[in-house]
Ligand binder design. Structure first.
Ligand code: HEC
Length: 227
């Protein structure tokens, strides 16, 4: 079912993960809640804080959507493999969920500018930023050893698709199955055969995600890592 969802998106020309399209909503709303809450206190205008509970309710709704999208992407693009960053992200997302539920419940009981509520907004803000940090780390994590300029196109493909599981050309899931020194790099044909149809839990990379041209750049990057 999940595959047909992503296939339907691909048919529309959309091959990216769906989580990044959702993630801005809870982030924006949490930041908004904190700013309004602080403004209410600093400017001593408590009417600024009256909408906070509603903002957090909407944020909670979008958080659930964002988490669902994240889990779907994780199943699809990372074969549901428990990478360390994924564990951190799932833990933080659950914590954020609890904070928001608390904000909504207590928001109905306490004064809008109560220090408890402001602390919850502040903690939510810190959690949401940390979640964003680990999300970027998963995708761009600087775990792509830099090579001379002529390989930078391949490095980008590597950073966007491979480095979550293959930091520094290694293998975070099956340490003995590193890219460095792999016989799948013998020639481009073998390499293409592997990434199009790898062994589970490595996810397949069809041409819609990595075209033959991009795979060629990726191959040159990967083989020169090896040298
Ligand atoms: C979700 C994690 C994941 C992602 C993303 C991923 N891989 Fe893999 N990769 C693996 C796992 C796990 C294996 C070992 C599979 C096995 O059991 O043989 C592997 C194996 C490999 C191997 C063979 C290593 C050997 O045994 O010789 C190569 C080459 C490789 N991956 C390249 C890539 C490239 C290139 C990308 C990006 C386009 C990529 N992988 C993306 C998880 C991943």
């Amino acid at each position: 079912m999940l595959d047909s969802f992503y296939q339907a998106l691909a048919d529309l020309g959309y091959n990216h993960p769906v989580h990044p399209t959702q993630v801005n909503m809870p982030i924006g709303l949490v930041v908004g809640a904190l700013v309004l809450g602080l403004a209410a206190i600093l400017l001593k205008k408590s009417h600024l804080a009256v909408s906070l509970r509603h903002i957090m309710t909407v944020a909670l709704f979008f958080l659930l959507l964002t988490m669902a999208a994240g889990v779907m992407d994780w199943m699809h693009f990372y074969s549901g493999v428990w990478l360390p960053v994924i564990k951190i992200k799932v833990g933080l997302a659950c914590f954020l969920f609890l904070l928001m539920v608390l904000a909504v419940i207590l928001g109905g009981k306490l004064k809008p500018t109560s220090p408890i509520l402001i602390t919850i907004y502040l903690l939510s803000f810190v959690t949401v930023v940390t979640l964003g940090y680990f999300g970027a780390d998963l995708v761009f994590g600087g775990r792509t050893p830099p090579l001379p300029k002529q390989f930078s196109a391949g490095q980008t493909v590597y950073a966007m698709n491979c480095c979550g599981c293959h930091p520094y050309g290694g293998n975070a899931i099956a340490p003995r199955k590193a890219i460095l020194g792999s016989d799948k790099l013998t020639d481009l044909k073998t390499f293409l055969g592997w990434i199009r149809n790898p062994r589970f839990p490595m996810p397949p990379f069809p041409p819609e995600r990595i075209s033959d041209a991009k795979a060629g750049q990726l191959y040159r990057y990967a083989t020169n890592l090896h040298d």
